[in-house]
Ligand binder design. Sequence first.
Ligand code: SF4
Length: 314
Amino acid sequence: MKRIFKFGSYLKEKFGVKVKKVPISIPGFTCPNIDGKVSRGGCIFCENESFSPNFQKNRITINPDTKSNPLLIRQLEALESQFYKTTPILKRVYGAEKFLVYFQSFTNTYAPFETLKKLYLRALEFPNVVGLSIGTRTDSITPQTLQFLAELKEKGWEIWVEYGIQSSNNETLERINRGHTFENVVEWVEKTHQIGLPVCGHLIFGLPGEGKKEMIQSVKDSVALGIESFKFHPLYITRHTLLALEYLKGNYRPLDRWEYLEVLEEGLKLLPEGVSVQRITAGTENLLAPEWCRNKGEQMGFLVRQLRKRGIIF
Ligand code: SF4
């Protein structure tokens, strides 16, 4: 039997109580793969303002070159209101006593440095917060931001940087319009480690053009970088995305749940001792396909049961 080291267990061991991540979405944040700096439209599976009626058209966004951020007060208010709305639920449902503020939506280092500093520092002032987890892209973080985060860690805060890797195959990255290569991932994961920060890597199984060989290679290549924590999920087809168009034209078939299970099982077996797992699936709104991903509880139940039958306890 292999027992997967869950990120929740890592936090519990470290802080002695249940610690939960508090997901935050900052208004006005965007992504260089959407706003034109790298590309427009984003990754082919990303639901964003280029395609989706759910997103406000012409919303004001900021980027690292924004001289004076007109949204800062609104961003700080949103941070605060989301924190105070979510934490009572995490306390009640999971018994959480401490929190890691997770800057989740879009690219959370793609803003003026002064804005990032203010938001990160404000998050650390909230009650029972032990640190931050910052979701971003490897082509959108700077030495200055890494240095600032490393200083917070030196002061005793729990600080994580989460990078979307998705695949280590450059052909796949091009096919999904990722806007950067795996070499870029290697470079910035190394820089992040050199400065003393741990990394959580996100991988997607079932990307167009990939078979099991490529998916497992992505796990191997990411493990080789010494990444400390992983999130895995199957590729979802969300309405109003380029991927949805390809799916509707019959050009893309998502993994079925047995195919996903098979690659997940092999991927989990490759993780070294002490590397934690934060997620083996995820939920999404506006799901078009695959149908087996519609209900997150059912997905989890299936995966956990089947993994156990195969000798993996999650
Ligand atoms: S990096 Fe993230 S936010 Fe940016 S386009 Fe890709 S999925 Fe969307």
